[in-house]
Design a protein around this ligand. Structure first.
Ligand SMILES: [Zn+2]
Length: 218
């Protein structure tokens, strides 16, 4: 791995270890990546997250060519590459088959502005990408389209993708998306929730530009 920073590898491993522990991802599903140099570092295909070590991570270029690492990259590397190619503002990606996000995605349902926290993903809704077989170029295109200029999307009959400035950001957003999907699913059981209008969502989007940037008052 050499030139890849220990911090970057540890950030990915920490999230990988929390995948099963937190319940956001079951078994070996899901994957994590971070932009590095001219490519990205990604989790390997088919290894147990609880046993993952920094040396198990793979460094690929944006065409999926392995530059360092001993394993094959996650079979879902193509959409990671597609996102890094098209979105210079994104530096980390977390993909999970989290239960509620996936349940909505199996109905090919987007998450509308039913709660102001939807704005944390950077838009008025968290949209569901059209279905395509995993690992295909078509799925990559569909994901890039659903993300548009936002930070998260659902994937039809598959799961969700959350992105960020770094791995911790992307992972925190994955949990927010799952929480919103859960709240929205529960709303739908008793009827249609009242949606916030575009004007109010614009206010929320502005507020989220400074959200999480904490500073001491004294
Ligand atoms: Zn997947």
């Amino acid at each position: 791995m050499g030139m890849i920073s220990t911090e970057l590898c540890e950030a990915i491993i920490d999230v990988a270890k929390d995948f099963n522990a937190s319940g956001i991802s079951v078994g070996k599903s899901g994957n994590i990546s971070a932009r590095h140099d001219n490519g990205f570092v990604i989790t390997p295909s088919g290894l147990a997250y609880s046993e993952l070590k920094p040396l198990d991570l793979i460094y690929c270029d944006l065409e999926g060519k392995v530059l360092s690492g001993e394993w094959q990259p996650s079979t879902e590397w193509p959409f990671h590459a597609a996102i890094y190619k098209t979105r210079n503002d994104i530096h980390a990606i977390v993909h999970t088959h989290s239960t509620y996000a996936t349940a909505l995605a199996c109905r090919r349902q987007s998450i509308p502005a039913f709660h102001y926290m939807v704005a944390i993903a950077g838009g008025n809704s968290i949209d569901c990408a059209d279905y395509a077989t995993f690992g295909t170029d078509t799925l990559s295109e569909n994901v890039v389209n659903a993300l548009a200029d936002k930070r998260a999307c659902l994937m039809a009959n598959h799961g969700q993708i959350a992105t960020g400035d770094n791995v911790d950001d992307a992972y925190a957003l994955a949990h927010e998306v799952e929480s919103l999907a859960r709240q929205y699913s529960i709303c739908l059981q008793t009827g249609e929730p009242v949606l916030l209008d575009d004007v109010e969502m614009q206010v929320n989007l502005e507020k989220f530009k400074t959200y999480g940037k904490q500073h001491r008052l004294k």
